[in-house]
Design a protein around this ligand. Structure first.
Ligand SMILES: Nc1ncnc2c1ncn2[C@@H]1O[C@H](COP(=O)(O)OP(=O)(O)OP(=O)(O)O)[C@@H](O)[C@H]1O
Ligand SMILES: [Mg+2]
Length: 220
């Protein structure tokens, strides 16, 4: 589903990713870890085509991501849900509208939008908060809405960057459980985190980056 082959990325002539190769099978859930500055976020950005590799290639669901024409990028992104720290909720829209946004952009019929959004809100346990505004939700609830927004277009791939960043351990476990459920329904999930407690004892693949290099792979 995701294949990186000898990928390098430079910022200001400094390599932030060096000769990275790995694959993620369809339906897998894997973790990418490493200290701050290791290149985790950059790696996810390359998969999402927010950045392009300087060397090597990235294939996602059959697309050669680095070589995509500008006009094709939206088709790639329809297949990729993202939970990134800088993709915040809209604070002047309620929970329902935040989640519905992508479907409205895709031009779905309002009845279909209503049904799909309510279904996803039920999945994340926030059906009763549909008409609340984000600032009236706790941090963990807001993060669940961010995940709902990423899930609503039923992406084949879900990318999450430090999805449990500021959450207490219990709420973090709820979020991780949500990702496992999404994964169990067939979505390929990639989670970047430096919190090893998220993947310890999960039996999942963990890719370790350090200084832009893939230093090892382990099983959590
Ligand atoms: N747009 C940019 N321009 C220049 N340098 C950048 C840019 N984005 C990232 N970098 C550099 O690339 C390196 C890797 O950054 P990245 O954000 O991928 O790390 P990370 O593993 O996600 O770290 P963290 O755990 O702190 O989020 C860092 O040294 C960072 O300063
Ligand atoms: Mg990061």
């Amino acid at each position: 589903m995701i294949q990186l082959s000898n990928v390098s990325k430079y910022y200001d002539n400094e390599a932030v990713l060096k000769d990275i190769s790995f694959f993620v099978d369809k339906g897998d859930l894997i973790y990418i870890t490493g200290p701050s500055g290791a290149g985790k976020t950059t790696l996810l950005k390359l998969i999402y085509r927010a950045e392009r590799p300087d060397e090597g290639s990235i294939h996602v669901a059959g697309w050669d991501v680095g070589e995509l024409k500008q006009s094709t990028i939206p088709y790639l992104r329809r297949n990729i849900g993202v939970v990134f720290q800088d993709f915040k909720l809209l604070f002047n829209r309620n929970v329902f509208d935040n989640v519905a946004l992508a479907l409205r952009i895709h031009g779905l019929h309002p009845d279909e939008i209503k049904e799909t959004v309510n279904e996803v809100l039920k999945d994340i346990g926030l059906r009763h908060k549909a008409h609340e505004f984000p600032q009236h939700l706790s941090g963990g609830e807001q993060q669940r809405v961010v995940i709902a927004r990423a899930m609503v277009s039923k992406p084949t791939v879900l990318l999450a960057d430090e999805p449990t960043g500021n959450l207490d351990p219990d709420t973090a476990q709820i979020i991780i459980k949500l990702f496992k459920e999404i994964n169990a329904r067939g979505t390929t999930v990639v989670i970047a985190t430096h919190h090893s407690d998220l993947f310890d004892n999960t039996g999942r693949r963990v890719i370790h980056l350090k200084g832009g290099e893939l230093i090892r792979e382990s099983i959590g």
